[in-house]
Design a protein around this ligand. Structure first.
Ligand code: BV8
Length: 250
């Protein structure tokens, strides 16, 4: 298991793990050309701070701006392909228990063939009514029709005519309880936790690897840049998801 030049201590950890949980963030999709939250170049929305746009406040102030932003992101993800990191995880799950817990709202893990245990922050492809929560599948929510305009009026819910909102978790909103519980169980029960491509700044997602470490579970972090977690993980692999995961799992 693991490339020839993989640190033998890391290889031994991976070999000895029957149940692995992988926590992924925006860096997991960076090599699929999906901008991370920290990456500046987000086109028309470049002058907006993502953490400000991804809030209930931004939605109530300007739903057309927020709706257009999510349609643009969904279209970008539609045009993207899973990378070698996504594929390595999917292949590995064929050989042993591997649970994927992600902060990402894209569907690249699933398109690579992974069953995702928890989308902690929702999905770009699950719009619902902002009032009655009825899932929305109207064609006008289809990102392929999204255009490069700064504002697009969100569709109206066929049941209560309230505006349809993106199916994501905004800052200040609680995570879906069931998804959080599945994620917490996956982090608590695994033999090895791998953290890939997250700056570890957004909570409660960032608490998962901290909890695993506190429980004595070995944690491997993959990130080209150190994060607040890097000094306390069992092994820090300073590389990308697309290079690190195949090296770890192939
Ligand atoms: C900013 C932060 C300080 N704020 C929070 O954490 C807040 C507040 C808070 C709660 N508890 C706290 C405790 C302490 C401090 C603050 C808080 N948390 C919340 O509001 C959460 C909700 C948080 C979820 C917000 N939604 C997102 N996304 C969906 C929308 C959307 O996507 O638009 S968060 C969003 O940003 C986060 C971005 O972080 P990362 O994924 O880490 O990405 P980032 O760009 O930061 O970094 C990329 C990393 O990848 C690396 N990288 C780059 N290239 C590669 C590469 N090629 N390979 C590998 N790695 C790579 C880079 O080096 C870098 O390290 C992700 O989670 C992403 O999902 N809700 C809540 O707490 O509710 C309570 C509550 C309870 C009851 C009732 C009411 C309320």
């Amino acid at each position: 298991m693991g490339g020839a030049d993989l640190d033998p201590a890391i290889a031994a950890l991976v070999d000895g793990a029957d149940w692995v949980t992988v926590c992924t963030g925006a860096g997991m999709s960076a090599e699929s050309n999906v901008p991370t939250f920290r990456d500046a170049e987000t086109g028309l929305w470049e002058r907006f701070d993502p953490t400000e746009l991804a809030t209930p406040g931004a939605w109530s102030d300007d739903p057309a701006l927020v709706w257009a932003w999510y349609q643009w992101r969904a279209r970008l993800v539609r045009g993207a392909e899973p990378n070698a990191g996504h594929r390595a995880l999917a292949q590995w799950a064929e050989r042993r228990t591997l649970m994927v817990v992600t902060q990402n709202v894209d569907d690249l893990h699933e398109r690579a063939g992974s069953a995702v245990t928890a989308h902690l922050h929702g999905s770009l492809f699950a719009p619902r009514c902002s009032h009655c929560d009825t899932p929305y599948s109207g064609t006008d929510a289809n990102p392929d029709t999204a255009t490069e305009t700064l504002r697009v009026e969100p569709p109206a819910c066929p049941r209560c005519l309230s505006p349809v909102r993106p199916g994501v978790v905004w800052f200040g909103e609680p995570l879906p309880q069931d998804a959080w519980e599945r994620a917490a169980d996956a982090a608590a029960g695994c033999d090895l936790l791998i953290v890939v491509g997250t700056s570890g700044l957004v909570y409660p997602a960032a608490a998962l690897p901290e909890r695993a470490l506190a429980a004595g579970t070995p944690v491997i972090e993959i990130n080209p840049d150190p994060t607040p977690l890097s000094s306390s993980v069992t092994h820090f692999m300073q590389t990308t998801a697309g290079r690190g995961l195949p090296a770890l799992l192939d």
